[in-house]
Ligand binder design. Structure first.
Ligand SMILES: Nc1ncnc2c1ncn2[C@@H]1O[C@H](COP(=O)(O)OP(=O)(O)O[C@H]2O[C@H](CO)[C@@H](O)[C@H](O)[C@H]2O)[C@@H](O)[C@H]1O
Length: 754
């Protein structure tokens, strides 16, 4: 008995006795054809209204996603007949629904006519919010759906809107019985469908035939009835459709910021704040997606579920993937926050790793990432968000660092090479090239790829000879590559900055772009910061800076057990304790610092020897230094608010977030001018009263001391200049919104890249 996989499978894949068959259409329809994706007994097909069906070609797909072309199968004839029959029925249902909507619209028009003008708008709103079923509201279709639906060929409502629509829609639409679980398919009309043009939107979401969600062709009626080239089956149909279209136009919301480029975006990362975080990657995964969602995209984040996150819910979806010959089950939990679908992948492999995300030996980590990436590629098929899967049309994955660099490779090897996910793209973001997923060549056997893929991973190392390198394969395979600042994008191409990957990066320069990270201005904002609401701390803004910040400084000094003195400059350092962050430069400068009248607090975890060093600093200079070994988000926020100066002597820094947070809190950064630090911290110029901090040009303790000396002098003797530095820093727009717009350009470029 054929059955569809868990609640929302690919329309192409039919599972039978543990094996899956995938159907791929051998001919793509021309733009002039009306193509409709129809769920039918587990088979999705495209058909031309009343015309000949597309031929399709069966593929056999292994549960891991490997697909092997088998040519035309005998039973395809029978299933073809069956699907034709069922398609006709569905078409009839569709006409029925359109007719009902048109009738109801007429009814509402007549009711509207009898209501006084001044009340009209309010009444409509009330009807919507209260869901009053006595007055069916045709405008629901245009109001209750996300703007994405109108312009997106994928016709996917965002989760929130799916939910709100579900609530209202049942009152205006007859329920349609569908036995099969929802499926999703988007027409493979890349160029025409993906430009977001309303008129070109032709695909009918198969979800349309599920009883509890408003069909996309009705919800975004514009998207489905305004095609001038459409061959309507009856005149009445087109008239009714046009009326529905009018209803949508009447209440149309302003277009999304992304305009016609609205897409489905899935960011995949090994960590995602606030649920999991070891550093800046977690921050980016937690906040960039929200900025993309604000631009009108439908956005999901997929991250491992390292612990039981209270705010997420089990979706009930279960899938199995092979890792190193072993079948492993994954399940998915979901939360909807600030317009983004956060999907957490659960597996015994991830559980209990919350405080040790990258823990275990090389092969343990590799196997975790193989499982994560294999499963993540199929999330848009299997995991419904707000009741509806994303599907693979108009979709771009954003993979991050080596941990997810396998994703672009799997997307290509398992799917695109086999005619699946043909219009799905991948972008790989480099947050830190120093970690690459390296191992001996034999590690290739763990990633479960065809032999000819080996070349992508193999890299020659002058010391170790040939080795296996996951980042190398991801960089070559991804459609586009982003790194987190302009400075770092340049450094990556040098032998010093590319960490052995500079040749590959140079060869792929055409697809590389530097985009400076933003910050989550809700999370990292002194005005709303939840960590400043107790223990003597206080929220402050630009207006209350001169009273609020000293209060936070005093609270921090008190909390740390340092002398509470307003006049002493308080220096802070927050970061991973490793070679990258230049902790050793601070160590070298400590004797000089101790000779100054300053206080220093350092927060970090990492290399045991550096942790020990922090403790030692504190023990030796208890009146001036605090070395806090540990990972504490609260303390990081409090140091950022309470310190006067933030030290970032990083040897290399792809972007750096702490200096951005610092500037937003009126804390002055002193940084090594490298990578993103050079891009984001302009040196103070006392003659022009410009700049936002101090920079030094080489990773040398004497340079750090020189820059810090000038900084301390300004703090002590030039208060007005100091305030100017603080104000300029705080006034900058450091939000993700700018960066999100640039990411969007990259995503669009990837989308139209063949
Ligand atoms: N002990 C501790 N307790 C609490 N919080 C702590 C902490 N140690 C670090 N953090 C927090 O972790 C984040 C660190 O972000 P960074 O961007 O500075 O560095 P990271 O090197 O991890 O990120 C990499 O990716 C980011 C994102 O792209 C790039 O900015 C960066 O240059 C690149 O190295 C900040 O939010 C910081 O507050």
């Amino acid at each position: 008995m054929a059955s569809i996989g868990n609640s929302c499978s690919s329309p192409f894949i039919i599972e039978r006795n543990g094996e899956s068959k995938a159907f791929v259409f051998s001919t793509f329809r021309s733009r002039k054809m009306k193509t409709l994706g129809v769920v039918n007994g587990g088979v999705s097909l495209f058909y031309n209204k009343g015309k000949q069906l597309s031929r399709f070609k069966p593929l056999r797909v292994a549960s891991t996603g490997d697909a092997v072309g088998l040519g035309d199968g005998d039973d395809s004839e029978n299933s073809l007949q069956a699907t034709i029959e069922k398609s006709k029925k569905v078409l009839a249902m569709q006409r029925d629904l359109l007719q009902q909507i048109a009738e109801r619209r007429k009814l509402v028009s007549s009711i509207k006519g009898s209501v006084t003008d001044q009340d009209e708008d309010e009444d409509e709103d009330e009807d919507f919010s209260t869901g009053d079923s006595s007055l069916p509201n045709p405008d629901l279709t245009s109001r209750s759906y996300n703007r994405v639906d109108v312009v997106n060929n994928g016709s996917i409502p965002s989760s929130s809107h799916v939910n709100s629509t579900t609530k209202n829609e049942s009152k205006i639409l007859p329920s349609v019985e569908v036995q099969e679980k929802p499926e999703l398919y988007f027409a493979p009309e890349k160029a025409s469908s993906n430009n977001g043009s309303i008129k070109q939107s032709k695909t009918i979401d198969s979800k349309a035939f599920k009883s509890d969600v408003l069909p996309s062709y009705l919800s975004s009626s514009k998207a489905q009835v305004t095609d001038e080239e459409e061959e309507s089956s009856t005149e009445a149909d087109s008239k009714e459709a046009a009326e529905v279209d009018d209803a949508a136009v009447e209440d149309e919301k302003p277009p999304p910021l992304a305009g016609v480029n609205v897409m489905n975006i899935i960011l995949v990362a090994a960590e995602c704040a606030p649920w999991s975080k070891t550093g800046g990657l977690g921050d980016v995964a937690g906040s960039l997606p929200k900025a993309l969602a604000r631009r009108g995209h439908r956005v999901m984040v997929v991250a491992p579920r390292y612990a039981n996150y209270a705010d997420s819910q089990d979706t009930g979806v279960r899938k199995r993937y092979k890792v190193n010959g072993q079948e492993l089950e994954v399940s998915y939990f979901q939360a909807y926050v600030d317009g983004v679908d956060f999907v957490f992948m659960d597996s015994p492999m991830f559980q209990s790793m919350q405080n040790n995300i990258y823990g275990g030996n090389r092969l343990d980590i590799l196997k975790r990432m193989v499982l994560f990436c294999k499963a993540a590629v199929e999330v848009p098929w299997h995991v419904p968000c707000g009741g509806v899967c994303y599907g693979d049309g108009n979709l771009v994955f954003i993979a991050n660092d080596w941990h997810t660099a396998l994703l672009p490779v799997y997307l290509k090897a398992y799917y695109r090479d086999n005619g699946l996910m043909s219009f799905t793209r991948s972008v790989l973001v480099i947050h830190n090239i120093a970690h690459q997923g390296r191992g001996p060549v034999e590690d290739f056997s763990y990633v479960d790829l065809p032999e000819h893929y080996m070349d992508l991973f193999k890299l020659y190392d002058p010391i170790g000879g040939d080795h296996f390198n996951i980042f190398a394969a991801g960089l070559k395979t991804a459609d586009r590559v982003v790194t987190v600042s302009h400075g770092y994008s340049w450094e990556l191409k040098t032998a010093e900055g590319g960490w052995g990957l500079h040749r590959i990066i140079n060869e792929n320069d055409w697809k590389l772009r530097g985009i400076v990270n933003g910050i989550d201005t809700k999370e990292w904002n002194p005005q709303y910061d939840i960590h400043l609401k107790s223990d003597g701390y206080t929220n402050y803004s630009l207006e209350t800076l001169q009273t609020g910040k000293p209060k936070c400084k005093a609270a921090l000094q008190k909390e740390l057990g340092l002398p509470v003195r307003e006049d002493v400059p308080l220096l802070g350092f927050i970061g991973r304790l490793d070679q990258q962050k230049g902790v050793d430069l601070i160590a070298e400068a400590i004797p000089w610092m101790i000779g100054q009248d300053v206080q220093l607090v350092m927060l970090g975890t990492g290399r045991p020897d550096l942790e020990q060093m922090l403790r030692q600093f504190e023990n030796e200079h208890r009146d001036k230094v605090r070395g806090w070994v540990g990972f504490s988000v609260k303390t990081a926020h409090r140091i950022t608010a309470g310190a006067d100066i933030l030290l970032m002597p990083s040897r290399f820094e792809p972007c750096g977030l702490n200096q951005l947070y610092a500037m937003n809190y009126g804390t002055i950064p002193v940084v090594h001018a490298v990578g993103g630090l050079r891009d984001t911290v302009q040196q103070f110029n006392p003659f022009e009263e410009s700049g936002v901090g101090w920079t030094f040009d080489s990773a040398d303790a004497s340079k750090l001391i020189h820059a810090l000396g000038n900084c301390l002098l300004t703090y002590r003797q030039y208060k007005t200049s100091w305030e100017g530095l603080q104000i300029r820093g705080m006034k900058q727009d450091l939000s993700w919104d700018n960066a999100a717009e640039k990411y969007e350009e990259v995503l669009v470029a990837a989308k139209y890249q063949w």
